[in-house]
Design a protein around this ligand. Sequence first.
Ligand code: EPU
Length: 415
Amino acid sequence: MQKYIIEPIEELNGEIEVDGAKNGILPIMAATLLSTEPCIIHKVPSLKDVGVMVEIIRHIGANVDRAKSSMTVNVPKIKNSEAPYDYVSQMRSSFDVMGPLLARTGLARVPLPGGCAIGERPIDLHLKGFKALGASVEFGHGFVQAKADKLVGANIYLDFPSVGATKNIMMAATLAEGVTVIENAAKEPEIVDLAIFLSKMGAKISGSGTDTIRITGVKELKGCEHATLPDRIEAGTFLIMAAMNKSNLLIKNIVPSHLKPVIAKLIEAGVNIKEEEDGLRVISDGKIKPVDITTLPYPGFPTDLQAPFMALLCLADGSSTVLETVFESRFSHISELNRMGAKIKIEGHSAVITGPCQLQSADVKATDLRAGAALVLASLVAQGATTIHDIYHIDRGYNGLETKLRNLGVHITRV
Ligand code: EPU
């Protein structure tokens, strides 16, 4: 098990660049299974989760070539309609292959992804969509299987705007007969990017980015070329990191409109954020005012930045409240931040953070990806060198984090 040892830093000055989005590239890689022709994807982040998805689609029949930050995927034939347990168990978004497999071959068998550190994470809405399109769904021996002679377009209302269900149904519907309408669809930028990718492949999709997405099925999809959108969660993590320190930091390859609630809350907390030609500049004296946040589906405050934002609120001059409404148990970072001297109490789905506090170094554990990011941010302002264990979680979603931090003068060691 690898760990980080991170020393605090006096000031964060300079610039830092955001990579392609983890949650954007993964469904796009799954979508390549829909065509017999090659797809070329650029700005592919070099992440552990991308490696896992490569192995899954290779097992299914994809030829994958990677060169620098580009990837060519060609799936002339589906050799296997089953995703392997060893990989699916490492990454929930492997379930993204279900819709494309079902659409292309009429059969998809994927191990049940199960719960994880942030909640139970059921798949009922994905399955509701597949059934509405005419598939039969069965469970057995730890697998979920969807089967259909043909898929037929349908009206599907999602009880919750699930990102995963919206992606899976949208991909399955591209090759269905007739029109599919997804109501109460997720509106995340990664959904819009997937719709753009599918449209380049020849799919007929309108309304992505709104709560009603309409897909008119086509007979087949072709290859295409696409660049992954910037990672808004990595960008948000850097915004929060700069806010917590004395800093003058330019964050490049960022789409400010994808981060409106985060920018608004940072400004409310007293941070100075300026839009420049090639990015967002954060100027901070590290003094933070207390603010309350509620996580919501996009365009609300992203649950993926709840943990990093809580690290920031530990420094605030007063009491702040964080309400988590997307996942039922995404508070595992709290005990770790408290080990570092934070004063955070859980009250149901809320956390009450009493600041200001001087965080102190400690041995802490990254319990999931974003919890790990929160601990990295806390380490930079703590007294003494912090050791973060189980950093494989962080490797899942932050491309070249050590190099990026070292370039800003941070002393960070991987052991
Ligand atoms: N849900 C259901 N039934 C379903 C699907 C979802 O009840 O069939 C519930 C979930 O249990 C959860 C809520 O709906 O409480 C949101 O789940 P959603 O399906 O929207 O999320 P996801 O597709 O599983 C993606 C991201 C997550 C991000 C969430 C919310 C990817 C690969 N993952 O997950 O990212 O937190 O959307 O924005 O896109 C991360 O990057 O660290 C991460 C966890």
